[in-house]
Design a protein around this ligand. Structure first.
Ligand code: SAH
Length: 383
């Protein structure tokens, strides 16, 4: 197994922290053990674990130990289909926001989506993720039809949707059509921070309501947040951790904020590698059984981001399965990676990289070990 090291600069920060008399390793380990055992932490302890100076290798090693206990060395893969770059929303950080008139807009047809799944299936994907902006073209009926087409053809596969905030009855219809999972990042668990990075017509409460609805319907539900987004404080990140513990999501997507030049946040700094790995690892300790992707954003900010994410507790990767013609157009942030091992065709390279990092890509639906916790009110249509 190849050891992936932190950059020299990060190494120096850690050493400087030690020199300044930061907590001894033994005490850091005590905090991490406590967290993994489900104990509550004081606000000071959270601040220290999130932003304090200590050897992050202790944290990553503990997160890795916990992931191995529940998932062994397995890494699950998801084929990501970015089905539409049209969006009616105007999130201040996002490159496909409606006010970005320079964004290239496209949408995939049902035939294109199904044929990408066909290709993905033969490559070994057993989960397809359909993600897009909030695009009215993708009506309740149209998406339900696409989901049943995929599930009809590949009953052994899971379908994950990530199409933003919709009405509960729409979520129900998609669930009945066979969708298994839904990803809706909460973006930030602080209402005040939410208001600073979204336009006034989007509300934190509505997003939270959507997540409650999804979980109650029976979806394996994913939330998540950006690390280092403008105006984010350590307290906001603590709120994220507390929210995760309460909400008990099946999946958590965590990636660094990366500026997009055609957005109001184009000049802001990106989130850091260490901070993102820290939050992923803490998430693994708070939610030992959750599915955590090592995100594309992470591999965009660092060439070894993908592997470092896996070594800090992540256990999922989501290579891009969209048709090549549109790949550059789903531009959420600048320089988003969509080639090499980020692409479904690069699966063999990805497998090698994952192996080098000490893990193994498996052909599996990769369901969460947490059971859906609804009372199964909505019975599914037979596919
Ligand atoms: N419309 C869907 C999909 C949004 S795009 C939805 O609302 O869920 C998927 C995710 O990309 C977002 O939830 C956000 O967390 C992330 N994202 C958007 N812009 C980003 C940026 N500039 N940097 C990093 N991540 C970003």
């Amino acid at each position: 197994m190849r050891d992936l090291h932190l950059s020299d600069m990060e190494e120096r920060t850690v050493q400087a922290g030690k020199a300044e008399g930061a907590l001894p390793d033994r005490e850091v380990n005590g905090l991490l053990e406590g967290l993994a055992a489900g104990r509550d932490l004081s606000n000071e302890a959270w601040q220290f674990l999130i932003a304090g100076e200590y050897d992050r290798k202790l944290l990553y090693a503990k997160a890795d130990e916990v992931r191995r206990k529940h998932y062994g060395r397995d890494v699950y893969i998801r084929g990501l289909l970015e089905i539409s770059s049209y969006c009616k929303n105007d999130c201040l950080y996002c490159g496909i926001r409606r006010s970005n008139h320079k964004a290239q807009r496209y949408r995939l047809s049902e035939e294109e989506i199904v044929s990408c799944c066909e290709k993905g299936y033969s490559l070994g994907f057993r989960t397809f993720v359909l993600q897009g902006g909030e695009d009215a073209y993708f009506t309740t009926k149209r998406v339900a039809q696409i989901v049943s087409a995929i599930k009809g053809k590949y009953p052994d596969c899971a379908v994950t949707l990530s199409l933003g905030e919709r009405e509960k009855k729409t979520y129900e219809a998609w669930y009945k059509a066979g969708a298994d999972r839904y990803l809706l990042r909460h973006e930030t668990a602080s209402e005040a921070h939410y208001a600073k990075i979204h336009p006034p017509e989007l509300s934190y409460r509505h997003r939270m309501q959507c997540m409650e609805d999804l979980k109650q319907i029976g979806y394996q539900t994913g939330c998540g947040f950006m690390v280092g987004s403008p105006f984010q404080s350590t307290q906001d990140l603590i709120a994220d951790m507390e929210f995760l513990r309460e909400f008990q999501p099946h999946m958590v997507g965590i990636g660094p904020f990366i500026p997009h030049c055609e957005t109001p946040f184009g000049e802001y700094a990106k989130g850091s590698l260490t901070q993102t790995l820290t939050m992923a690892a803490l998430t693994r300790l708070v939610l030992p059984k959750t599915l955590i992707p090592s995100t594309t954003a992470l591999s965009t900010i660092h060439p070894e981001g993908r592997q470092l994410g896996l070594q800090a507790g992540a256990n999922v990767v989501m290579p891009n399965l969209s048709p090549a013609r549109v790949r550059g157009q789903y531009s959420l942030y600048d320089h988003k990676r969509c080639t090499g091992d980020e692409a479904a065709e690069g699966l063999e390279t990805l497998k090698c990289r994952v192996k080098d990092a000490g893990y193994e890509v498996v052909i599996d639906r990769g369901d969460s070990r947490l059971k859906p916790d609804n009372d199964v009110k909505y019975c599914r249509k037979k596919v």
